[in-house]
Write a protein that binds this ligand. Sequence first.
Ligand SMILES: *Cc1c(COP(=O)(O)O)cnc(C)c1O
Length: 433
Amino acid sequence: MKYYSTNKEAPLATLHEAVVKGLASDRGLYMPENIKKLPEEFFDNIQNMSFQEIAYTVADAFFGEDVDPESLKKIVYDTLSFDCPVVKVTDNIYSLELFHGPTLAFKDVGARFMARLLQYFIHQEGKEEVNVLVATSGDTGSAVANGFLGVEGIHVYVLYPKGKVSKIQESQFTTLGRNITAIEIDGVFDDCQALVKSAFMDEELNNHMKLTSANSINVARFLPQAFYYFNAYARMKAQGLADNLVVCVPSGNFGNITAGLFGHKMGLPIKRFIAANNSNDIFYKYLMTGKYEPKPSKQTIANAMDVGAPSNFARVYDLYKGNHDAITSYISGATYSDQQIRETMSECYKSTGYILDPHGTCGYRALKEGLKPGETGVFCETAHPAKFKDTVEPIINAKVEIPTRLAEFMKGIKKSIPMAKDFASFKTFLMRQ
Ligand SMILES: *Cc1c(COP(=O)(O)O)cnc(C)c1O
């Protein structure tokens, strides 16, 4: 399958090229040339299939032309070494728990898949070392660093905004060592993202070293996120609850929801989607006005969604051919202040006993407010609440238990390289590697 750029000014790429390059040469995002509809029999029988079987069917539709079946199956099965269960929270609201992976956030799925696919291509090619650059507002860095940890032939540089990620998040990518280097930028997330984008555009740097991205712009990271939407549908269908399914995705860079929208284009019967934002409401405003106006990001307690220029907007726009009516008829939005997030997290805990993380809270609230009679809602619980323990505990006035795998990270010693936010410093550093 060939991949085109959303800016339409770069040549078509193979999957291999799209995965290694990340971003197209015209700064657009890669899109698969066609999105295969899955057969009716698949959906008729989906409730009897395992998560891995479902995921392999979806993966085959995207990657089957470019990766041999046995390798693809192994990549999918290795990626999904944990479950993504759907858990009942209220009568008509369910939580799709995406935090059962190694770093307790949904990004584990895409990061683990990408690491394995990239390794597959590097093996095919022979030995060149590949350098992965990743900007993070918190969870991407940990998922990517852990997904790639110890993978031969790949070095990972994680750029993160100094003082703007939680201690727990920071420990997940600054304590690993080996092929993982953490760089602490004196700036905000958008500065980190801008540095990564500039690095890909710099000819001298690209001649010096082979660079690739692992941000949600990479097709190998964002497409596999479709797996768990299909699985959620299957698990809801098994309970007879899949007829009027509304899926709500707490969104920042919009990679996660875009994967769900791809699922729908493949025939997945989700009635509609809701994109829940924190006070970074660029997409919400777009839905209301038809105007896309990026802004500097604002810091919130749902910090993995503090994005002022959501990269994957370009993909959503392209998927619906820029038609605002088509977009708003299938996707609605919501935006919540920190105060509203606090209030909702507390209300949910009191009335149901379920502990939400700040991101999932936006999803839960958007369903509470937005479900119509007869609809059943599933929101993505994108991270385990223990990752945001310092925020969550005072709000719910109760202890959040830290899962063992998270506690392990916190025992490690932090190692990071401090850096200014100008591109010259970053480039000089990389040229010396
Ligand atoms: C990354 C992240 C999000 C936002 O996902 P996007 O794909 O960038 O929209 C939401 N919640 C958590 C916990 C995250 O880590």
